[in-house]
Design a protein. Structure first.
Length: 138
């Protein structure tokens, strides 16, 4: 079995979501970041598991005041796979860009999986987001 193609209209909506994340991050807007998720969405980062918009918002708020202060992010889709009429898996590559830099370093490069669902209001949102380092350490 091979994956089906994501319809063009859906793909246009889906590929816009990483851009909305980049914009929310650039503004250090934890509320906008958390609204990219469904109400009980999950975010998994190395050493981090947050469930629900409120936990995600609090995590990002603390991050923007701490380890992510002054940072931006970049990312781009690698592939998308439909999981059903209202669900898509998206794989991206990107990373956190340190203050004063224009690109992310190899050390900060990640690959991410996004499980996107069409929410009750018809908007595509994250059900699950997970990222890991792009390259093996060492």
């Amino acid at each position: 079995m091979t994956s089906k193609k994501v319809p063009d209209g859906v793909m246009a909506e889906i590929v816009g979501i990483p851009g909305r994340l980049v914009s929310a991050w650039a503004a250090h807007d934890a509320v906008a970041f958390s609204r990219l998720f469904i109400e009980d969405g999950s975010m998994i980062l190395p050493g981090v598991y947050k469930k629900g918009r409120e936990e995600i918002r609090r995590h990002m708020e603390a991050g923007y005041a701490g380890q992510y202060k002054g940072t931006t992010v970049a990312g781009s889709p690698l592939e998308a796979k439909p999981l059903g009429d209202d669900a898509v898996a998206l794989i991206t590559v990107g990373g956190v860009i340190a203050p004063g830099e224009k690109e992310y370093s190899d050390r900060e490069a990640i690959r991410a999986s996004w499980i996107l669902v069409r929410d009750d209001d018809g908007v595509w949102r994250l059900s699950v987001y997970h990222n890991c380092p792009r390259d093996l350490a060492g």
